[in-house]
Design a protein around this ligand. Structure first.
Ligand code: IMP
Ligand code: MG
Length: 445
């Protein structure tokens, strides 16, 4: 089947999350067939549809557990018999992989039924008669299930199982392009994580090779850590910033005697992963040169505003919208790039680089930041792995002890938090306020 359908699916797949979409499809059946009160009273209808939604989530939880077991068995087989792709293939695919081919790895079980019932009690999902369970409902239920997993484990073992929590910056901790101000409610929760001996990393695409820019953007948090009288020095030093996805590492540092405090750069040799050490400087530079040229061409081809500017950094290249003078308000205003323009630019950039030899020898991340497009060397999966090793080189923190909170989880090629899924558990939030709500629940009791 040639088909417009396939073409359209392919062209839109960058916006879709296969797992969330699949769950949405499963929930549509009880919604269509049963969320209507024919000859039943409203309460009975709600109870019936609620139990059907709950049943579906219970079954998905079992599929997730089955996948974890399956993947772990496959992993053992691979480890014991060498890296033999053929044998790996012989084991076939987990049921969930067959049903959702784009599914990624799960590092923990997910109590989805409990999470659904909790969200339903808050938001009346099964009370709805006109609006089926939506993408956002499912995204929230998945987040809640991940939080329940960690809080249940903590209750069961009487200790914290989480060892590392990482945050994206823009949209997750503060508004797009904003700063972490003193009044931001997320600060008290970050201090609470540190107090619980959980390491905290801010893993952001924003790439600066000097501490000062991060110190300015994160000033509220840095001052709060310095002023804290409950945190020990070791806990304070457990805040790190991984900038430019996986390019620059800084650590909070304070010196009692001089009373100086701030972010301290950590030398690359102390933290680069072995695979990253193999990247040739030339390959990184050629990749960025090529991306830069592609962005200039796209600016012309897509008729982007003249104010749009291509910015080249040492480990990144991007196109930002720029500003122009508005005679009405008599101010400089930001020029807006249309959503379709941003998407065309990022997808073309990704596809072009994928066929470029030097780019194939390293890792890079192209993403659409909502108002700009970037190509960074590295990726957030590496950013997380670096921190997992940096904090404990002998016994690195594991993916099931790591939680990354971010807003950019659309599939690869247009979002940059997506890759963090390869290295840890995740919460997909849609605003800084949601980050705060989720942390509140994670740290409750
Ligand atoms: P994040 O959400 O913290 O990962 O930051 C993403 C945003 O950082 C992008 O949308 C850009 O606006 C901004 N940014 C600043 N410098 C860079 C860079 O070097 N690479 C990628 N994004 C950057
Ligand atoms: Mg972000």
């Amino acid at each position: 089947m040639s088909s417009r359908y396939r073409v359209e699916y392919h062209l839109k797949s960058h916006r879709k999350d296969g797992f969330v979409d699949w769950i949405k499809g499963l929930l549509a059946t009880p919604f269509v067939l049963h969320a209507v009160s024919h000859d039943m009273d409203d309460l009975t209808t709600t109870q019936r549809v609620r139990s059907q939604y709950a049943e579906i989530f219970k079954d998905i939880s079992s599929l997730v557990s089955n996948k974890i077991e399956f993947d772990s068995r496959n992993g053992q087989l691979r480890d014991s018999e060498g890296d033999d792709d053929e044998k790996y293939e012989l084991m076939g695919k987990s049921r969930l992989n067959q049903l959702v081919p784009t599914i990624g790895a799960f590092f923990t079980e997910l109590p989805l039924e409990k999470a659904f019932l909790w969200e339903d009690a808050q938001r009346g999902i099964s009370e709805r008669r006109m609006v089926a369970p939506s993408f956002n409902d499912i995204r929230r239920i998945l987040n809640t299930a991940q939080i329940f997993y960690f809080t249940d484990q903590k209750r069961k073992y009487h200790k914290e199982v989480l060892k590392l929590v990482t945050f994206d910056g823009d949209v997750t901790l503060y508004e797009d392009g904003g700063n972490l101000e003193y009044t931001n409610p997320v600060i008290s929760y970050i201090l609470k994580l540190l107090e619980s001996d959980i390491k905290v990393g801010i893993v952001t695409a924003a790439g600066y090779d000097e501490a000062i820019q991060y110190e300015q953007r994160l000033k509220g948090l840095i001052v709060a850590i310095h002023d804290s009288s409950t945190l020990t020095l070791e806990q304070k030093h457990s805040l790190t910033i991984m900038g430019g996805e996986s390019n620059y590492l800084f650590r909070y540092h304070e010196d009692d005697e001089s009373n100086e405090y701030g972010l301290q750069p950590i030398d690359h040799q102390k933290w680069l992963l072995p695979s990253m050490k193999e990247w040739e400087e030339d390959d990184m530079n050629h990749t960025l040169d090529f991306a830069e040229k592609t962005l200039h061409n796209l600016k012309e081809r897509m008729h982007l505003p003249v104010e749009a500017t291509v910015i080249r950094k040492k480990r990144a290249v991007g196109i930002i919208p720029g500003e122009k003078y508005d005679p009405i308000t008599q101010r400089q205003v930001r020029v807006k790039l249309a959503r379709e323009q941003l998407e065309e630019v990022v997808l073309t950039l990704q596809a072009t680089l994928e066929t470029f030899q030097p780019a194939r020898k390293i890792q890079f991340s192209c993403f659409d930041g909502g108002s700009d497009v970037w190509c960074d060397i590295g990726g957030k999966d590496l950013g997380l792995r670096v921190l997992q090793h940096y904090y404990n080189p002998q016994n690195p923190i594991k993916p099931n002890e790591t939680l990354h909170v971010g807003d950019q989880f659309a599939p690869i090629g247009s979002a940059n938090d997506f890759k963090a899924r390869l290295a840890g558990c995740t919460l997909w939030i849609a605003s800084p306020a949601e980050t705060v709500t989720n942390l509140h629940r994670l740290l409750a009791e």
